[in-house]
Each structure stands twice: as structure tokens, then as C-alpha cells.
Design a protein around this ligand. Sequence first.
Ligand SMILES: Cc1cc2nc3c(=O)[nH]c(=O)nc-3n(C[C@H](O)[C@H](O)[C@H](O)COP(=O)(O)O)c2cc1C
Length: 170
Amino acid sequence: MIDSRELRNALGHFATGVTVVTTRNAAGAPIGVTINSFASLSLDPPLILWSLAKKSHSLAAFEAAPHFAVHVLAADQRALSDRFARSSDDKFADVRASSGLGDVPLLPHCAAVFQCSVEHCYDGGDHMIVVGRVQRFATDDRPPLLFYRGRYASGDDAPQALGSLVRVVC
Ligand SMILES: Cc1cc2nc3c(=O)[nH]c(=O)nc-3n(C[C@H](O)[C@H](O)[C@H](O)COP(=O)(O)O)c2cc1C
């Protein structure tokens, strides 16, 4: 029998970046969730994927949305990650979002942004797997926010945390 908590801890040994995925719900309200299950999938066609917990309050919005945007967060955007990792009706308060493909909210100052149309949604156990077709993308030369074993690895503790992370990764 696999213990879910122990499995989660073991999976945390896989270091990732951090993204915020945004869209709009049927009423036009901005929706955003912090996601580290993001992965590249295919170059031709240009596909990416990520997964969303079925218990997420944002599930209905992402099930229905034709477009979404994946924002790869920069090292100094830890507060943005925390903000979108909590269920709230007010996640976009004071956030200066612009409008992208399908009127999807776009967050500023990210390391990269991938604007996507929804290609497929698959069942993935207690998550929904979303496959997106990249329609537009942009990058900025900013160091990324990293996540490893349940903690961020950047910001004030960057030299030490990133140093140990690089040792682990290499
Ligand atoms: C670094 C980080 C990565 C996360 N990655 C995911 C993920 O890949 N999929 C997911 O469903 N939730 C993920 N979460 C948790 C969601 O961000 C969190 O459950 C959020 O509150 C969901 O918002 P909602 O309930 O308003 O939809 C992550 C949280 C953090 C801090």
C-alpha cells in the first residue's frame, strides 16, 4: 500500500520551476493557480501539459476555458506564487494584469509566458491533465523561481539554497 504523504515527499525530490496558470471563468472573472506540474510535451506540434487537482476551486473554469496562459515565475516572484497557491476570490487584487489571447490575464515580469489553446483534457486520477497548444510565447532574461522538497530555492536564501540545489541536481 502506497502512503500518499510519503509518496508526495518522495516526489518532492524532483526539483521544478514554479508557474502560475491563468484563464477566465464563464462569468469573465480572472482565475489563476500556482502550478509546478508544468512540463514540455511536444515541439511539433507545440504542446505543453500541466495537471490540476480535481478538488481545486478553479477546476470548473479550466474545464470550460478555451485558452490559458502559463507564467514561469522569476526568482523575485515568490509572493506571487504564494498568492495564487491559496484559494481566494481576490487573487488578482493589486495585480497589474494585461490581456492576452482569449482575454486571458497576463502577469508582468515573469521569466517566460506561454499563451495556449486547450488541446485536450484527460483524467489523471485525482487530477485533470491539461494539454495546451502554444500559440504565442515570450521570454525575459530573469532567473527562475525554483521549488524543491516543499520549499522555494531563491530570494534572500538564494546563494545557499540554490547552491545545494545545484549540487543535488548535478
Ligand atoms: C509550488 C507549488 C506548486 C503547486 N503545483 C500544483 C499543481 O501542479 N497542481 C495543483 O493542482 N495544485 C498545485 N499547487 C497547489 C495549488 O496552487 C493550490 O491548491 C491553490 O490553492 C489552488 O487554488 P484554487 O483552489 O483557487 O483553484 C501548487 C502549490 C505550490 C505552492
